[in-house]
Ligand binder design. Sequence first.
Ligand code: SF4
Length: 281
Amino acid sequence: MAKVVIAEEAGACYGVERALRMVQEAVEKNEKVCTLGPLIHNPRVVDGLASRGVRVVSTPEEAAGSALVLRTHGVTPDEERRAREVCSKVIDATCPFVKKVHQAVERLAKDGYQVVIVGEAGHPEVVGTLAHAPQATVIASAKEAERLPHAHRMGVVVQTTQSIAVLRECVGALLARCDELHVVNTICEATSGHQGACAKLARQADVMVVIGGRNSANTTHLAEIARKLCPSTHHIEGADELSGPWFSGAKLIGVTAGASTPAAQINDVAAAIRAMVGEQA
Ligand code: SF4
């Protein structure tokens, strides 16, 4: 009979739990609450908040007169300034680990480094970080690093949810593009812990199930890590996407989840898999 094992570190991180708690407290005080963009990259959680009256807006002006939550990924200084002008209250749920990246790029730029951000261009966190060092360049791969012009001093930060393997490859390529390289590893503790636990479990598992939004960068990286070690890896958003034939013949089924996935969602999926394969929880 198959055994279902949840990774030692998986699911909602400190930053996401803190943000959800802040929104919950505002809703309980009967405040009109909006979030600037989806609070987290988990469509099911965002739908749950919408059913409690939490509105997603795309500009601070759309939330004029309401309380506006700045989400975990952070915002640009301009968006924050506008929010403070037009909203009745600003609830800053920016994760402290993201704020550290903002401080790091500001420091590197001030010290004269050509700043390089390793991450996904266009991701809300990277957009926010870039606004703190507008001269910075964003790269997502070693290939993109190889195309950068030579600079005397380069300073590197990395999107909090990036994989360490990508950072290593980019840093390796950047060494040839400058005389001095200063790397600030800003991958957050939750991300590195989740990735390590995912790899450990995927090495032993016959099938891996990775739970989290398809628009979630950290969940997508977890699925990539798992798939390299366990080809039978499935990225899902909820238990209703599970399919019995995935588990046929499997002895060990690993479950992990991105940093935006609450524990209840992980437990639902694990229970549904156990029911499919007949394992006692
Ligand atoms: Fe903060 Fe890391 Fe969670 Fe992002 S993944 S919210 S940086 S703790």
